[in-house]
Design a protein around this ligand. Structure first.
Ligand code: B12
Ligand code: SF4
Length: 487
């Protein structure tokens, strides 16, 4: 066989993510992988936990894959007061697959890409792909199916060297482009829409900013790579035609560049697509009322601001690229246009004190119509500046397994229980604060509405719960894992 041709493979792609907070998340990464593999002529199928249906084993026995790709999105829920790990779910999934198939397993995904070596060892899979997966899985399949090439030349690939060791080929972030075109199965889009989940759509990859705790530039690279407005509008149109009611622009930050924002919105307006969407925005004075108006006309109905704190010294020490004035101006503009908005706040990171916390709470009370999502402590990930700070004083860093026992940074003398108690007290009077996952009653109400076919946007539920006066009182501190207070 000449080295340019290869036998098409049957590839089963597996999404085992059962976490359903704030809602079940559409496996967009797998849609991209499926799009790339189909372009090379491979026969693919996605096995998904949503909606519950055929068992994984039955799907394997029916489909008879030549190889199986597994997506690991989450390693844990990143909540210090209510920690939950998903590593055991991966191991169970691998065991189920091994029981019915000898096909090689290829593991990828954002969670995997944060702790690749450790998860590769634990899971025993044949191959791992770190970071963006499209180019690497195409080359790997070409190699597996007789098309030649060299495993050592596939950027981001992990494989076993046959002598008990692992080869990790360094990653290279693509110079341009957004990873090709995802393959969306209309039935899967419909299933997630029935769950009330906004469907993910990506307009760019990469983030050039350097917030101290953030893994996003490690997963997607530091260079922003933009898709054209036309491409985004076409995908949005495809989703609208499939009955999708709400979309989430999953870019790490949508407004890395205002020209990109305008280009996307203008293309959507030109294409006449009518579909609501939400996105992560970086609060900036540069988000002018006019820009927000353009976004609103193009479908924006909800903003998630990655604000983290309302105290300027804390923002500086978190490495944020804006100050409270940016937050105030952006919030007031959103409110004036009646666009729902949420601020994500991380209490207890480097530089936080009781005083800075109180300043954040007082400023939060003054912003018009805002919702707040709070986390306590900062999850520490390898490769981030926070990792260096948090592990500096650990006696034996090599022995610490922060995959299985998540490490959270908490600025001494603050404690998880202390911050949690303060936030609980706040919730008595402020129903616009959510701490961790919503309470069981809230989740049950959402499930009931979905069962009645009301798969609306979760923000409508949030507002409904606020009107009912029950607030969003999240989970209490549980479990043995308390954040490690690191100096
Ligand atoms: C957008 C987003 C959200 C949105 C999702 C909106 C939506 N409707 O889709 C919201 C806000 C709801 C959310 C919630 C949560 N999120 Co989130 N989220 C993201 C974000 C920013 C982008 C995810 C995305 O869609 N990327 C676009 C797709 C195309 O990329 P991808 O999935 O990574 O896939 C690529 C590669 O990973 C790879 N790949 C993926 N699968 C496979 C499979 C194979 C076989 C191969 C070869 C390759 C491969 O190739 C793909 C294409 O290049 C990431 C951070 C980031 N920048 O990656 C965090 C991230 C995924 N989230 C994370 C977490 C923790 C959560 C929550 C648990 C937070 C919480 N406490 O509530 C929840 C869980 C939700 C759930 N039910 O699972 C973590 C996961 C790691 C971890 N710590 O466990 C991340 C990485 C952020 C972080 N802290 O580091 N999230
Ligand atoms: S927190 Fe947001 S802006 Fe900061 S580095 Fe991460 S993705 Fe970029």
């Amino acid at each position: 066989m000449n080295v340019d041709s290869f036998l098409p493979a049957r590839v089963l792609l597996v999404n085992f993510n059962t976490y359903d907070q704030p809602y079940p998340v559409y496996p967009l990464g797998l849609a991209y992988i499926e799009g790339a593999l189909r372009e090379d002529g491979h026969v693919t199928e996605i096995w998904d936990v949503v909606p519950p249906g055929e068992s994984l084993e039955a799907a394997v026995l029916r489909f008879r894959p030549d190889c199986i790709g597994i997506s690991m999105r989450n390693i844990d829920n990143a909540q210090s007061h209510n920690p939950r790990s998903f590593t055991a779910d991966l191991l169970a999934c691998v065991a189920q697959l091994r029981a019915v198939s000898a096909a090689p397993l290829i593991l990828g995904g954002s969670g995997f890409s944060i702790f690749p070596e450790r998860i590769f060892d634990l899971s025993g899979v044949e191959f791992g792909i770190v970071g963006e997966g499209e180019a690497a899985i195409r080359s790997l399949l070409r190699w597996l199916r007789g098309g030649g090439g060299d495993l050592g030349g596939i950027a981001g690939l992990m494989f076993r060297n046959g002598q008990g060791g692992t080869v990790v080929v360094p990653r290279v972030t693509a110079a341009s482009g957004g990873g090709g075109v995802p393959h969306h199965d209309p039935a899967r889009l419909a299933a997630y829409t029935r769950e009330g989940s906004p469907l993910g759509l990506q307009t760019q990859r990469g983030c050039p900013l350097r917030c101290c705790y953030c893994t996003y530039p490690l997963i997607e690279g530091r260079r922003s790579r933009y898709r054209s407005g036309e491409e985004v509008a076409a995908e949005l149109g495809e989703m609208a035609a499939s009955g999708v009611r709400q979309v989430f622009f999953v870019d790490s930050v949508f407004n890395t560049n205002n020209e990109h924002v305008s280009e996307v919105c203008e293309a959507v307006l030109r294409a006449g697509v009518k579909l609501n969407w939400e996105c992560f925005l970086r609060p900036r004075k540069g988000i002018t009322r006019e820009l927000l108006q353009l976004m609103q006309r193009a479908g924006l109905n909800h903003i998630e601001f990655g604000s983290d704190s309302f105290s300027d010294p804390v923002l500086r020490s978190y490495g944020k690229s804006f100050d409270f004035e940016d937050i105030r101006v952006s919030s007031e503009s959103a409110s004036a246009l009646n666009i729902r908005y949420t601020h994500f706040i991380i209490f207890g990171g480097p530089g936080e004190t009781e005083l800075t916390m109180e300043q954040t709470l007082a400023r939060a009370a003054a912003l018009p119509k805002a919702l707040y999502f709070a986390t306590i402590g900062m999850r520490v990930y390898p490769g981030t500046p926070l990792w260096q700070l948090a592990t500096r004083h650990e006696a034996d860093d090599a022995a610490a397994d922060h995959l299985l026992e998540p490490l959270f940074y908490l600025e001494p003398p603050l404690t998880v229980t202390g911050i949690h108690t303060r936030l609980k007290q706040l919730q008595q009077t402020a129903s616009n604060w959510a701490v961790g996952d919503p309470p069981p009653a809230f989740i049950e109400t959402m499930a009931k509405l979905r069962r009645r076919g009301k798969g609306a946007n979760m923000w409508e539920y949030v507002e409904l719960m606020q009107r009912l006066g029950s607030g969003l009182q999240g989970t209490s501190p549980t479990g043995p894992t308390q954040p490690s207070a690191t100096p």
